[in-house]
Design a protein around this ligand. Sequence first.
Ligand code: FE
Length: 189
Amino acid sequence: MDEIWDALAKRGAEEYGGEKVTQLQHGLQCATLAEQEGAPDALIAAALLHDIGHMIDIPSGETAESVAVKGIDTMHEDVAAAFLKPWFCDEVTEPIRHHVDAKRYLCFAEPGYFDGLSEASKRSLELQGGAFDESQARIWIAQPFAEDGVRLRRWDDLAKDPEAETPSLSHFQHIVERVAAGAETPSAA
Ligand code: FE
C-alpha cells in the first residue's frame, strides 16, 4: 500500500482542481464528513481515496482543472477504482467508481443540486456527460453501490472548505489499512 501513501505524499499538496483546498485537505475533509455521519470504515476509506486518480494519472505540473480547461476528461474515477482494486473490496472501489456519475444522477434527481455545485464541478460536469435523463437515472441508481456513490458525492461536494479542521492523515491511514486487511465486515450492497 506504499504506492497509495506515496501518491498522497507526493501530490497531496497540489491544489484540488480549481478549489481553495489541496488534494490532501479535500480527501481528509471528505473522510471526516463520512466518519461524522457514522459511515462504515470501507466508505470512510473510499472518501479519503476517492480522488487518488487525480494524483496518479495527471502529469506533474497539471491539475484536474488545467486538464479540464483543455477539454479532457481524465476518467479519474475509473483510474482510481482500477488502481485501488488490488487492496480493496468493492465496498471501497465501487462508490469511488460511481462518484462522478452520482453528480450526473443528482443533477437530475435533486432540484437545486446543480446550482449548489462549485464552478469547477459545473465545468467538469459537461466533460463528464452532463445531467442524466430520467431513464439513465433510473438504471444508474439501481446498480450495486450507487447509493454509496451518492453519499460519497455529497461529502465530496462539501469537502472544499479552506477553514475546515480535520484529524490527521495517520488517523485515517489506520482505518484504510484495517479495511485493506479485511478486518471490516463488508456491508450489504
Ligand atoms: Fe473529490
